[in-house]
Design a protein around this ligand. Sequence first.
Ligand code: ZN
Length: 291
Amino acid sequence: MRLANVDGRAVLLTTDAAGIDVEQASEGKFGPDPASIYENWDAFRAWADRAPAGPEVAFTRSRLGPPSPAPRQIVAIGLNYHAHAAESGFESPDRLPPTFTKFRSALTGPDAEVVIPAGGTVDWEVELVAVIGRTATGVSPDDAWGHVAGVTIGQDISERVSQLAGPAPQFSLGKSFPNFAPTGPWLVTPDALPDRDDVGLGCAVDGETVQDGRTRDLIFPVARLVAELSRTITLYPGDIVFTGTPSGVGLGRTPQRFLQPGEELVSWIEGIGEIRQRFVADSAGITGEEA
Ligand code: ZN
């Protein structure tokens, strides 16, 4: 099953450009707000699995918003692939990897334009994003997938100067400029993937592939990650978890490479689709020193 956010309305997809409006097809039982769907996920799944009928609505990609538009929390994970930990100059974690947030003001849909902060170095990190469908606290790894509504594509866009400045890294701020958390194009339920624990993911800058990995290489796979996080925090329906990026980020290259105005970043995950960001210069042109 695939679920999209079209102009703020939940739509069950029948193709990549059309679907059934959930609120209309369920006669008001579910939706229209996609955020409300996750609060009632089990009942929604049971209804959606009965192949509801309804008038088809067609849409263009520019109308797509984030599949989970109002998460209470956005959790993000660093160093969750061995090769990425190595290129970043760190040992691989044996306990839970570095955990931070991307603030909600950075959340956007699949096809955003992103302003490069003046004086900043902006990098790419394609990631599988899990959307929580059932409150998770102290869940076991065996039960963890049952608390995940589905997955989508995320880009953990990262401004490396502010991320790494100061006495301790500023992961949360450096990764939370406007539109630095694009997600989409839609939610895919785990059963609709070829293998929920092994999908290919990657991204390209102006057509040149820069990341190309597989989620089977996650040090903490989705189920273990959700279980471990839920030992400390409660994960709520609609919360989203950026699960970490494979190797190939610009920071880890020789020479280093960062996104330039005019460049387009395309990110894909097997079985889900792709998202696209175009990068533009900060027209205000005010740097931190001048402000
Ligand atoms: Zn990341």
